[in-house]
Each structure stands twice: as C-alpha cells, then as structure tokens.
Design a binder for this molecule. Structure first.
Ligand SMILES: *[C@@H]1O[C@H](CO)[C@@H](O)[C@H](O)[C@H]1NC(C)=O
Ligand SMILES: *[C@@H]1O[C@H](CO)[C@@H](O)[C@H](O)[C@H]1NC(C)=O
Ligand SMILES: *[C@@H]1O[C@H](CO)[C@@H](O)[C@H](O)[C@H]1NC(C)=O
Length: 406
C-alpha cells in the first residue's frame, strides 16, 4: 500500500479517510495508484484571498497528469482534511468542492466566517506528496458594541466620560471628533486649556473640568479599512447658572421713537427668559404680548447662548422706566437692568439734562435709517451725535419732528 499524505501531519482519522479513498480508487479501477510516467503537476499557484465576512469565496487548484492520484483539500493550521476529490470529509455545510471533469478542482467556502481564515492546502497523494497553499484572510467591518453612554451631562467644572467599544477585523481604530470642526479641549482644574485637538484617538474620551464651550455633539468613529466606517453620536451637556448681559444699561430716546433693548443670555439647561417693565407683567415672547407696540425677539446664537431683544415702537411717556431682562433655569436665576429714559431734543442742541446718549436705541430707530445713521457701537454713536455737521444736524431734527408728529 502506498503511503500518501505525509502521515506525521495528520490525525489517524484523517489517515483512515485517505486510506479509504485510496482503497476506493483501487476497488473501482482495479489497480493500485502507480507511479505514472509523467508526475502530476500544479498548473498555477493557489490564490490568497481577503474576504469580508458573509461573502463567498473559492480556491482553484489545477492539476495536470493526475492519473490515479487524488486531489485533497486540507486546512493546514487545524490539520483537518476537508475533502478528497469532491467528497466532503469536514462536517461543514458551508464547504463544497466542484470538479470540472478535466483538471480543475474548486474548494468553495460560502458565507465566510472569522474562523475560516487560515491556510488552505491543495494536495496530491504522490510520494512524497505534492501540495500548494493559499491564504484566506477574513475581514469584518467595524461595529460599535456598547450602547450605554455614561454621564454625558455635567455641571460646569465637572467631568464627562464617553466610551465607544468597537469590534471588527482587523481591530478598528476609534477616533473622537466634534461636529462643525470644533476642537476637543482638555482642561486643567479651573477650566484653563491643557490640550486642544481636532481629534482624539482611543475608546474612552474623558473631559474633566468642563466649560460651557465644551457643550455639543461629539462623534466616535470606528474604522479598520473595511467599509463601511461606523460612527456614534453623543451629546455633551454642561449645566450652569444663567448669565445675563444687557448691552446698554442706560438708553435714552425721544418720545415717539422706536427702541430695541438688547439682552444676551447664556444658560444651560434651557432657561425661561423674559423681559419685564418696572410694574408690568413679564414679556416672554411674541405670542403672549397683547400690546402691538412691543415685541420680544429671541435669536439663538449657539447651544447655550441667545439674544433676547425687546423692541418698543413709538415710545410714549409711560414706556420710560426700568426694564429687567431675567433668565432662570434649574440652577438659578440672573437678571440685568436697562434704564430707558426720555431724551429731550431742542434747537439749542441735544438734551442738556441728558448729555450721555447710550446708543442702540437710536441706531435702531426706523425713521432715522434713511439718513444713513450707521449701526455702530454705542460709544461711536455718541461721537456722531455730539460732532454732527450742521447740515446733518438740521436733517436729523427735521426727521425727529416728523417722527413726533406721527
Ligand atoms: C500568498 O501569500 C503568501 C504569503 O504572504 C505568498 O508567499 C504567496 O506568494 C501568495 N500567493 C499568491 C498567489 O500571491
Ligand atoms: C466557526 O464559526 C461559526 C460561526 O460563528 C460557528 O458556527 C462554527 O461552529 C465555528 N467553527 C469552528 C470550527 O469553530
Ligand atoms: C439683538 O441684538 C443684537 C445686538 O445688536 C443683534 O446682534 C441680534 O441679531 C438681535 N436679535 C434679534 C432677534 O433681533
């Protein structure tokens, strides 16, 4: 009996299977495998494959002059014999062998799994045996496995820890980024910047001593070169007591003009914002104000900042007084005050009793705009009023009289 596949390599069951195959061939053909004049030879090398999990793949083994020898497929790393000719030995329904009735055998692996990776051998039972090897490498696109994002909310000065565990083959790289290309900031106690980066590599992103500007969307992105890349979105929320800034604490305006009182609010979590006059009820938003002269306009600046401007049209005597801009959230309340007072205009010049004119109110007066009063910072505006050329001065006064006449 001919010794076939290097016997030291295989288990006894493997040898048995091979022996049976040889016996079968003897039984069917009535002759022993003989040393043919021309030895079997491989016509091409076995391929190497890199395949995404779940796909199908096959190795092609082309042998000429096989004579009575047999082609077998072996998984070299586990030393398991998979098939002899087209007879499957391995009990794996995802494996099969096809033969083209000439010189070509194909080992098919369907729905490839991670544990299919390794070295595959196409072997002929000559003595010594002839074989060739091909490598199957199974890759798996990245996946983000943990679904719990812990503590993505902190009070200003506190810390936030985001984790993103990714699987895949090869093992993916996890990268953190903010939306809109904002930087990720690592801080010292007190909030001072320690390190500012556009992206951060690692499964865990820990932000300590967070500031309100750290608030927003963070993405973890897992990639390993196998498409598709996956990402997960996290929202970091930073809480603090509202902060209220009124642009001008003193606003002077003549009777009949229009004013806009401006208030800048920073708050998180979301606050209840309102303007209220000395004696009146609070003015929250357009919908709830029945006075057609008054509008409250809120404009969002970013996650935690907004403008809240109160505009009053055609000022009457009763409109002058103290206005308070207030913001209250779960952590506290803050307010800012504006004193809106009447500006007297006379032919002798601007209000002797009101030498300081604080700007925004004026600039916003609709009736003045045709005269190209540039919107400017309040100090610039004071400059305008006190240094007007006489012609412009006259125009301005005409305009104001017109306004008051309305
Ligand atoms: C398969 O990979 C092995 C090892 O990297 C290499 O030696 C061999 O030449 C490759 N075979 C083919 C057909 O490219
Ligand atoms: C290979 O993995 C598949 C799917 O995970 C499993 O069904 C099979 O039993 C594994 N085979 C071996 C030999 O570990
Ligand atoms: C409020 O006033 C500020 C400062 O002039 C301005 O930038 C903002 O657009 C105003 N907001 C609204 C809603 O009018």
């Amino acid at each position: 009996m001919k010794r076939s596949i290097a016997e030291h390599m295989f288990s006894s069951s493997t040898k048995t299977a091979w022996w049976l195959a040889t016996f079968f061939s003897v039984f069917v053909t009535g002759e022993m495998p003989i040393q043919a004049e021309t030895e079997p030879e491989f016509l091409q090398a076995l391929e190497n494959h890199t395949v995404t999990q779940g796909r199908d793949v096959h190795f092609t083994c082309v042998v000429n002059h096989l004579s009575n020898y047999r082609v077998a497929w072996i998984k070299s790393d586990s030393k398991a014999i998979l098939a002899i000719h087209t007879n499957m030995v391995a009990l794996n329904p995802r494996l099969s062998v096809t033969y083209n009735n000439h010189n070509t055998w194909k080992l098919h692996v369907s729905n490839v799994q991670a544990n299919d990776s390794g070295t595959y051998m196409c072997q002929v039972n000559t003595d010594p045996m002839k074989s060739q090897m091909g490598y199957l490498s199974v890759v798996i696109p990245p996946d983000i496995v943990d679904t719990v994002s812990e503590g993505s909310t902190a009070v200003e000065g506190g810390s936030v820890r985001l984790t993103c565990t990714a699987t895949g083959e090869p093992p993916p790289t996890v990268m953190w980024r903010r939306d809109d290309g904002k930087a990720i900031v690592f801080r010292y106690e007190g909030g001072k910047e320690r390190k500012v980066v556009n992206n951060y590599k690692g499964e865990t992103l820990e932000l300590t001593h967070v500031q309100r500007s750290d608030m927003g969307v963070y993405f973890c992105i897992a990639s390993n070169g196998v498409p598709p890349t996956v990402s997960r979105r996290y929202y970091v929320e930073v809480h603090f007591i509202p902060q209220v800034k009124v642009m001008n604490q003193l606003v002077g305006a003549p009777l009949g003009s229009d004013v806009e009182l401006q208030c800048f609010i920073e708050a998180s979590p979301r606050a209840m914002n309102s303007w209220y006059p000395e004696d009146g009820k609070s003015l929250v938003s357009d919908k709830f104000i029945d006075n057609p002269k008054i509008r409250v306009l809120e404009a969002v600046v970013n996650e935690y900042s907004r403008w809240m401007n109160l505009s009053i049209k055609s000022l009457s005597k009763a409109d002058f007084g103290i206005y308070t801009c207030a913001s209250v959230n779960a952590l506290g309340k803050m307010e800012g005050q504006v004193s809106l007072h009447r500006l007297e205009l006379s032919m002798n010049g601007f209000g002797a009793e009101e030498p300081m004119v604080s700007g925004a109110a004026w600039q916003r007066s609709k009736n003045l705009q045709p005269y190209r009063m540039r919107p400017a910072a309040s100090h610039a505006h004071q400059y305008c009023l006190t240094h007007l050329p006489p012609q412009l001065y006259a125009l301005l006064l005409t305009a104001l009289r017109y306004v008051q006449a309305l």
